[in-house]
Design a protein around this ligand. Structure first.
Ligand SMILES: Nc1ncnc2c1ncn2[C@@H]1O[C@H](COP(=O)(O)OP(=O)(O)OP(=O)(O)O)[C@@H](O)[C@H]1O
Ligand SMILES: [Mg+2]
Length: 495
């Protein structure tokens, strides 16, 4: 025995073994180590370890074995006196030095057939519960098991059960920890959906109705109307809630990059593909992929997407094999996707597949009732976050909010309230804290140079989109390059 001499000092031996077992971090390594030590202790010829099945329903299964095949294990488990069952049921070890003369085995054909000489079977127990057993034997002409070895084995099996339990507990805690973290992430990015207006109430009802189905959903609506919020709500309320929700912004990436992001690639498929990589559809298996700005995907990605939805299959870039995935697709657009179909920019068959369920997000200007409600909701949130004692809005401030058309919808309202709270010096938000909104009115623009107007329109659009240049370009109806050029020219600070 490498680390200790059993005969000399069994206590030290057990101590150093226990320490070693507890430092192992991997289940397989631990099981093999336990089996090796047990075999060496008795100088056994054959052996196996049974462990209780994880789901508790199917009894015990062989976890590791030495010099013994599955059939032989089965026949030993069937011994008429059934050594193993006895050990598992009673929690007491069964030891015999010479099975051929042992009365307990007189009618056991297996002992004779397999010419077994010595048998040792010890339980592995945790508190009152037997979690497994180690069985070992020697045959015909080999040596008998030694008594010292057997005593040692019992103590060793108990320590092994503890080490095993620890490693299992750690693994379970890790899984649980991951799950909880994901839940926290979700609740952090999933604030309540606020709104009492008819259109929002209808959307909330629909979310409850369709959350359980795996049908594709297309969410249409202007920028900032809550499309992503609704997509997350659909996921969180679905049976897929404990799997991933992966949002993908399809507008910003170049075509090839988007394809490899979504579907993965094979090592060497293109310059820069230094590793095999799974795509987001594979990662989201069992969960939901949210395709934001779906109108921007090219023909090639459209074809591949159709395949995921129709066949549940993905093919990595540069690979010929297909892989199965089970993913719910929710997509969003602030373009008129049907118009893109008419213009032949978007496949009609894909359109129907994506649009099994359609959700239309109303612009904020069509539901004035919700403006006050949302404003108060954001006021409460940002007052808390910023540690400010702000109680409410002045009548003038409410009037200003109701009169303003909110082209950037809820996101713009959210940003405006946040700004007002940061600037507020009084417990009540006054109308002048919303004065920057008024600038958007045409009458306020007249008398200024076009350049100046352009600059302030760009600045405010960036504010409205939360500094998202691609979105801002879309809202302005210009290319991203044009916008970038102007930002530089006017020295608009992107932060
Ligand atoms: N009904 C609502 N109640 C509370 N907050 C909301 C509501 N709708 C939207 N919001 C908030 O408004 C902001 C914008 O929402 P979201 O990102 O979902 O919009 P979007 O339609 O995806 O916008 P874009 O088209 O610009 O991507 C988010 O901070 C979101 O939490
Ligand atoms: Mg969005």
């Amino acid at each position: 025995m490498d680390k200790f001499t059993l005969e000399k000092n069994p206590f030290d031996a057990l101590l150093s073994i226990t320490e070693e077992l507890n430092s192992v971090q991997e289940m397989d390594t631990l099981l093999n180590r336990i089996m090796d030590i047990a075999m060496k202790t008795l100088n056994a010829e054959r052996g196996f370890m049974l462990l209780r099945n994880r789901d508790h329903s199917r009894g015990f299964e062989a976890a590791v074995a030495r010099n013994i095949g599955e059939e032989a294990i089965a026949s030993i488990k069937d011994l008429s006196t059934s050594v193993v069952n006895q050990v598992i049921e009673s929690g007491e070890p069964v030891l015999t030095f010479d099975a051929r003369t042992d009365e307990r085995f007189s009618d056991a054909r297996s002992v004779i057939l397999q010419q077994i000489r010595s048998i040792a079977c010890v339980p592995m127990s945790r508190t009152q519960e037997v979690v497994g057993a180690i069985y070992m034997d020697t045959r015909s002409n080999s040596e008998q098991f030694s008594e010292a070895g057997l005593l040692f084995l019992e103590a060793f099996a108990r320590q092994s059960a503890i080490a095993l339990d620890n490693i299992q507990t750690v693994a379970e805690l890790k899984t649980e920890n991951k799950r909880l973290k994901r839940q926290i992430d979700l609740s952090a990015v999933f604030p309540e959906i606020i709104g009492e207006s008819r259109p929002i109430q209808e959307i909330l009802e629909m979310i409850e109705q369709i959350a359980d189905s795996s049908a594709s959903v297309l969410i249409e609506g202007e920028s900032g109307t809550g499309k992503e919020l609704v997509a997350r709500a659909l996921h969180v309320r679905s049976r897929r809630a404990d799997k991933l929700f992966i949002p993908v912004f399809c507008g910003g990436l170049n075509e090839n990059l988007l394809e490899s992001e979504l579907f993965g690639h094979k090592k060497g498929a293109f310059t820069g593909a230094s590793e095999n990589k799974a795509g987001l559809f594979e990662e989201a298996d069992g969960g939901t992929v949210f395709l934001d700005e779906i109108g921007d995907i090219n023909a090639n990605v459209q074809t591949k997407l159709l395949r995921v939805i129709q066949e549940g299959e993905v093919k990595r870039v540069g690979e010929n094999v297909t892989r199965k995935v089970n993913v719910r697709v929710i997509s969003a657009t602030n373009k008129d996707l049907w118009e893109e179909v008419q213009k032949k920019n978007f496949r009609e068959d894909l359109y129907y597949r994506l649009n099994v369920i359609n959700v239309k997000m109303p612009p904020l200007r069509d539901r004035q009732d919700d403006v006050k409600l949302l404003a108060n909701h954001f006021l409460e949130r940002f007052a808390r976050v910023n540690g400010k004692k702000v109680r409410g809005f002045s009548p003038g401030a409410i009037k200003a909010m109701l009169e303003y058309p909110w082209p950037g919808n809820i996101r713009e309202l959210e940003n405006a309230v946040e700004r007002a709270i940061i600037l507020a010096r009084e417990p009540v938000i006054s109308a002048d804290l919303f004065s920057n909104l008024k600038k958007n009115r045409a009458s306020d623009l007249v008398g200024r140079s076009l350049k100046d107007v352009e600059k302030s329109v760009i600045t405010q659009t960036l504010e409205m989109t939360g500094n998202h240049r691609t979105r801002a370009a879309e809202v302005l109806g210009v290319s991203r390059r044009w916008l970038q050029y102007r930002i530089k020219e006017y020295g608009i600070d992107a932060e």
